[in-house]
Write a protein that binds this ligand. Structure first.
Ligand SMILES: Cc1cc2nc3c(=O)[nH]c(=O)nc-3n(C[C@H](O)[C@H](O)[C@H](O)COP(=O)(O)OP(=O)(O)OC[C@H]3O[C@@H](n4cnc5c(N)ncnc54)[C@H](O)[C@@H]3O)c2cc1C
Length: 395
């Protein structure tokens, strides 16, 4: 059966942050939802993720407020600093001020804690592991999904939330490789007790220097410090987009940087290295009864910490459109009309931050720093209202 009552059944391909949060938004809107995930077990990598108010308000609405508050850290500020002397360039208040302004908090989370909170909220019988989508067939009033394990499923709507190398995207729009952005990211987690001597403030800190930047913040109820070390490089040769990296390489890339940066990197046990990939905005995300969400359709550089947040917004908007517009293909057109301009704007701003964050020391950098210190740079949090106040669940 593809239809329950008046509402179509929905199949979500991919059980990542985007797929699970979409499943929750769709369930809350009354849809019969199934999630199909290729992995035999749902796991997240050891890294942090920031969840800004535009996403936390949606997760709270889905009943996750207590779970997020249990492990999430609310930073006092967003603190941008110079790579060498640690001088403060911008300190934008988060915590109470942000929460009072936007009505929902900014969290720093371990990715595994976020995934666990989402997974706990989705009824287990709705998640089908070991299902790798390999094919699709348009059957007119429904869609058939075909999996590598030989199973098939018929649904009224199919959503590709299957990440940057999306199979659904390839089946809808043809093969297309994601673009290497010229940046790699070393990521890791350090037990906070190892860094006690640094007396780290509870802020999200971003250190900006020529051709690279370094981000760190507490996660897991302050037990761990997450770091992300971004380095520009010309080529990426590995087949994989995630590999075990070498902390010595990361330390070498940050030679001469402020002692706090080097102490955090030096205290880690391991790091993973990512090629950062992105894509240009797409004109369409949907064909008939099939659509996309998250990295599958708007992969972006993580320089506004918005990839997961935008995927969470997609799910809320998709549920609202499917509720508001009874005809599925028309609802999916409405969904992409609502979402493409916003996600394209975030993609462009994230890409722009690569240049701004990584300026070589010189006149342009000095001008940037002066503007930041004066609090007038267009990309300060003062200018982030359009991003944070948005409620993607309201059309
Ligand atoms: C260094 C770095 C830092 C970041 N920091 C932040 C941050 O602070 N804040 C933020 O909001 N975002 C951040 N992001 C971005 C964020 O991690 C991603 O945008 C987000 O995880 C994408 O979610 P998704 O569900 O679309 O895709 P994924 O998380 O990639 O999930 C896709 C799922 O689909 C499954 N799948 C794939 N193919 C198939 C198939 N054929 N059949 C079935 N299942 C399949 C996969 O196994 C996976 O479980 C960061 C990214 C990076 C690289």
């Amino acid at each position: 059966m593809a239809v329950t009552g008046d509402l179509p059944t929905v199949g979500v391909i991919g059980g990542g942050v985007g797929g699970l949060s979409a499943a929750l938004s769709l369930l809350a809107a009354g849809f019969d939802v199934r999630v199909y995930e290729q992995a035999a077990e749902l796991r997240e990598i050891g890294a942090g993720v920031q969840v800004s108010p535009n996403a936390s308000r949606l997760l709270h609405r889905l009943g996750l407020a207590d779970a997020l508050a249990a492990t999430g850290v609310k930073p006092l500020a967003w603190h941008q600093r110079r790579w060498d002397d640690g001088r403060t360039l911008l300190r934008a208040p988060l915590a109470e001020e942000l929460e009072a302004t936007y009505g929902s908090p900014h969290y720093q989370l371990h990715r595994a804690d976020l995934l666990a909170a989402l997974l706990d909220a989705v009824p287990a019988e709705r998640v089908h592991l070991g299902h790798r989508l390999t094919g699709l067939a348009d059957l007119g009033d429904r869609v058939e999904a075909r999996f590598a394990n030989g199973q098939r499923a018929e649904v009224g709507v199919l959503v590709g939330a299957d990440g940057i190398h999306s199979a659904v995207r390839g089946l809808l729009f043809g093969p297309d490789r994601a673009r290497f952005t010229g940046c790699v990211a070393y990521r890791g987690l350090v037990p906070a007790e190892r860094l006690r001597h640094l007396d780290l403030e509870v802020t999200a800190q971003i250190w900006m220097g020529p051709g690279r930047h370094f981000v760190h913040y507490f996660v897991s109820a302050m037990r761990l410090v997450n770091f992300v070390a971004i380095v520009e490089q010309d080529t990426w040769t590995s087949e994989s987009w995630t590999d075990r990296g070498d902390l010595a390489d990361a330390l070498a890339a940050f030679a001469g940087w402020h002692p706090q940066v080097r102490a955090i990197l030096g205290a880690g046990d391991e790091t993973f290295v990512w090629a950062l990939l992105d894509r240009s905005p797409m004109d369409h995300w949907s064909v008939g009864r099939v659509t996309l969400l998250g990295d599958a359709c708007h992969a972006m550089l993580p320089f506004m910490a918005q990839g997961a947040a935008q995927a969470i917004e997609d799910g809320a908007a998709l549920a609202a459109c499917l509720r508001a517009v009874p005809d599925v293909p028309a609802a999916l057109r409405r969904y992409e009309e609502v979402r493409i301009p916003r996600t394209a704007r975030v993609q462009a701003m994230s890409a722009g931050n690569k240049t701004r964050f990584h300026l070589p020391d010189g006149p342009e950098q000095r001008e940037r720093d002066e503007r930041m210190v004066a609090g007038s740079a267009a990309w300060s949090f003062n200018a982030a209202g359009w991003l944070y106040e948005h409620d993607a669940g309201k059309l």
